[in-house]
Ligand binder design. Structure first.
Ligand SMILES: Nc1ncnc2c1ncn2[C@@H]1O[C@H](COP(=O)(O)OP(=O)(O)O)[C@@H](O)[C@H]1O
Ligand SMILES: [Mg+2]
Length: 315
């Protein structure tokens, strides 16, 4: 059973202009997405820059106003209650940002940064709080003396670990991680990702893992949604998406994953050309005349694809 459901979520930004500064258009940043989260699972949200991933994450935790749709958390409609400081939703759903540096207050010591959610949500004595902070630092592999330092004294990977320590301080159920490793060196990326997996297993966390990188998502996620212009083109398990992709856009993204090995390079190039020709030829079955993605149709128990019903017939 899922503990959280998102139904037909939309976030539209008004575009103002003209002499009277009236609303002349809307940016449909998120335009009708539906998903649900189960305990202990990792969900991937993938798509090109600008497709609406960050807006989705921010809308979920209440940093962005929702135009329509609903968020149900443990049976309660929390759509318009997410900024209520003491609510269990705010304790249980935490976010990690791509830019660990700007999400950590540079004027505060690590101890006070990590203590913030603890003071907001947990009723601890100063002694218990101190112990909790030491524990959290140990979990994220940072030394005890980090407590008294400032964020700028740490490397990018270490800062991301501090962000994670803060995110897990209140024992959350869901962590929304928006491109958490994109700003890090490749070698550090792997470390942070593996560490995020470890704590997921240890604490039974769920992740909404946002990334433009299909390779990273494959490593981290059980279930994946591919986003294009504010809508899902395809959603399914890792196997559905990587071994049985159906949408022309998913196929195109997959064929564009860079391979380090020179072996089979010619074949991959031919395959990319074939995928691209198919994309052009099949376009009208997957996008309407305004380039809007169709509604999702069910392909199997776990797998959904946005296409016209004619295409579904031949799947
Ligand atoms: N505050 C805003 N006002 C107007 N448009 C916005 C705002 N924030 C984001 N957008 C637009 O919404 C779309 C989705 O942005 P975003 O969610 O940041 O995409 P992603 O994280 O996938 O790169 C983009 O077209 C972006 O320009
Ligand atoms: Mg983003």
């Amino acid at each position: 059973m899922s503990f959280m459901q998102i139904n037909d979520l939309k976030v539209h930004y008004p575009v103002r202009g003209g002499f009277f500064n009236t609303v002349i258009d809307q940016v449909l940043a998120v335009d009708g997405i539906t998903m649900e989260f189960e305990r202990g699972k990792a969900y991937g949200l993938v798509g090109e820059s600008g497709c609406g991933k960050s807006t989705t994450g921010k809308a979920l935790i209440g940093l962005e106003k929702i135009t329509s749709g609903s968020i149900i958390y443990e049976g309660e409609n929390v759509t318009n209650k997410r900024r209520n400081r003491k609510s269990s939703f705010n304790r249980d759903v935490q976010m990690i940002f791509q830019d660990a540096h700007s999400s950590l207050n540079p004027r505060k010591r690590v101890r006070d940064i990590i203590a913030e959610p603890i003071r907001n949500f947990l009723n601890l004595t100063p002694k218990e709080e101190e112990r909790k902070i030491s524990e959290l630092l140990e979990i994220v592999g940072m030394p005890e003396d980090a407590k008294l330092k400032y964020p700028h004294e740490f490397s990018g990977g270490q800062k991301q670990r501090l962000g994670i320590a803060r995110a897990i301080a209140t024992n959350p159920k869901l962590i929304i991680a928006d491109e958490p490793v994109s700003a890090l060196d490749l070698s550090v990326q792997a470390q942070v990702l593996n560490f995020m997996k470890d704590i997921q297993n240890e604490f039974g966390l769920s992740y909404l893992f946002i990334s433009h990188d299909l390779g990273v998502v494959k490593h981290m996620c059980d279930h994946i949604s591919i986003m294009y212009k504010g809508r899902f083109v395809e959603t399914g398990t890792k196997a559905d998406i990587y071994t049985n992709p159906q949408h022309i856009y998913t196929k195109r993204l997959l064929s564009a994953i860079p391979e380090v090995s020179p072996v089979g390079r010619e074949n991959r190039k031919r395959e990319r050309i074939r995928v691209e020709q198919n994309y052009q030829a099949e376009h009208k079955n997957y996008f309407d005349e305004n380039e809007r993605v169709f509604d999702l149709l069910q392909v199997s128990n776990t797998h959904y694809v946005a296409s016209t019903s004619q295409v579904k017939g031949v799947l």
